[in-house]
Design a protein around this ligand. Structure first.
Ligand code: COA
Length: 404
């Protein structure tokens, strides 16, 4: 093996990057991925090369993310893969280390294939995701009678125009939700037959309020299945966004009561997903919780200033960060609920927070007190931990509703 070098990507790398990532993740990259190519940002990709060959990759997408009280730029890291022939020789570490030091946004986010990978780079699991495998015969669904025309379906072109407003409304309410550009919406709603896994085409179901305006939508597919005992169809919900309660209830009622269906899967429920309140038997949702969005603070002062806090706070926080030394140090955070100021200081620390735990707590879903219990967060001034825990928390749990 020659020496591994790391360089910034160029447009011509697209196919080689897809091939390396596809091999690492064991899937066949699509031969006709026009939208993926148009979304590729070569200058935000890093590749590791062994001689002529690309053997490792990482990419970042320029997108925004809802955080407590704001929607802010966040590097969306994706496509991390190393050829199995070159594993465990530090290729990923070289790629991720350089990427994090060069990211211009104050935070980076990703979905991890395995939870053991990214903590070492200062990423913290900032949002728990809940998957449902619903037993429709047991769950006791809400039964909502809708007016004629209240529920209907859209084409992809109509959806690309109508749905972005609803996603933005969700971002205003719930942290952890990624924004989508027009092109990202087209990619998100692309529905190639080869990618359906034997299921129906994607159904784009919308709910309309009394004026006819769309106030909620669900993306879902079905699959026919007959058992000796009768029909046991399967419903897969890919996304459901309905900030208004009437729309939310009507959409879930429709999906949980479809004829012939016995099971329903949904992979992106929030920990506090309201549908749990609407069914008679929440245990029949068969909930499984796992890490969803990982967050890395790449610029402490900017990151802490750009979110809002649930309570007033005036504390000196010492941040430790081995990978980005410029981040390490003491910061005074002063916030009153509507504004936040964070500046470096020489004053003694009230609290020490490693950058990984700062990332985990950043979206308001993980409590700093949780990390003090294992000694990862350390309190130096009595009361500082409780004040910071309350201030960093948020009324609505974060949830990431798509794997990017
Ligand atoms: C995960 C992957 C990118 C790691 O690449 P790599 O070049 O082998 O990683 P490195 O050699 O830089 O490893 C750095 C450290 O991470 C650890 N590590 C690597 N992969 C890990 C995993 N899957 N789980 C836990 N730890 C892991 C290594 O053991 C090493 O630890 P050490 O420094 O204590 O020895 C690579 O194995 C891969 O492509 N896997 C399949 C695709 C995938 O899962 N990609 C991630 C998508 S989110």
């Amino acid at each position: 093996m020659t020496e591994i070098a790391v360089r910034v990507g160029v447009a011509e790398d697209y196919d080689a990057i897809s091939a390396v990532f596809g091999t690492a993740m064991m899937f066949e990259p699509s031969a006709d991925d026009e939208l993926g190519k148009r979304l590729f940002e070569p200058e935000r990709a890093l590749v590791a090369t062994d001689g002529e060959h690309i053997v490792g990759t990482t990419k970042a997408l320029t997108r925004d993310l809802s955080v407590p009280g704001a929607v802010v730029p966040a590097a969306h890291v994706t496509g991390v893969g190393v050829r199995a022939t070159h594993r465990r020789r530090g290729v990923m570490s070289a790629l991720i280390g350089r990427q994090l030091r060069e990211i211009p946004e104050a935070i980076a986010v990703l979905w991890a294939s395995e939870p053991g990978i990214y903590g070492r780079f200062g990423y913290g699991a900032a949002a728990w995701g809940t998957s449902y495998e619903v037993d429709l015969h047991r769950v006791g669904p809400p039964v909502v009678r809708t007016r004629p025309g209240e529920l209907s379906e859209l084409t992809v072109d109509e959806a690309c125009k109508e749905l972005p407003t609803l996603l933005r409304q969700l971002q205003e309410r719930r942290p952890g939700v990624s924004g989508r550009s027009e092109l990202e919406w087209q990619k998100h709603l692309e529905d190639k037959k080869d990618d359906r896994g034997g299921r129906t085409a994607r159904q784009i179901l919308v709910h309309r309020d009394e004026t006819g305006a769309i106030d909620g939508y669900a993306l879902w597919r079905g699959k026919m299945n007959w058992e000796p005992t009768g029909p046991a169809y399967d419903v897969r919900v890919e996304e459901l966004v309905a900030p208004e309660p009437t729309a939310y209830k009507a959409l879930w009622s429709y999906l949980l009561t479809l004829d012939l269906a016995a099971t329903l899967g949904y992979g992106y429920a929030a920990v506090d997903e309201p549908v749990q309140q609407l069914v008679t038997t929440p245990t029949a949702l068969n909930r499984r919780v796992s890490e969803s969005l990982w967050l890395r603070v790449t610029d402490v002062a900017r990151a802490l200033e750009q979110r809002r806090y649930a309570a007033a706070v005036d504390l000196v926080i010492e941040v430790t960060d081995e990978l980005i030394p410029a981040n390490a140090g003491r910061y005074r955070l002063t916030a009153d609920g509507t504004t936040a100021v964070c500046t470096p200081t020489d004053d003694p620390a009230d609290l020490t927070i490693p950058v990984r735990e700062l990332g985990a707590a950043y979206l308001g879903g993980r409590r700093l007190a949780e990390f003090a219990a294992t000694g990862r967060v350390v309190e130096h001034t009595a009361g500082a931990l409780d004040t910071a825990t309350t201030a960093f928390s948020w009324p609505v749990q974060p949830a990431s509703i798509e794997v990017f």
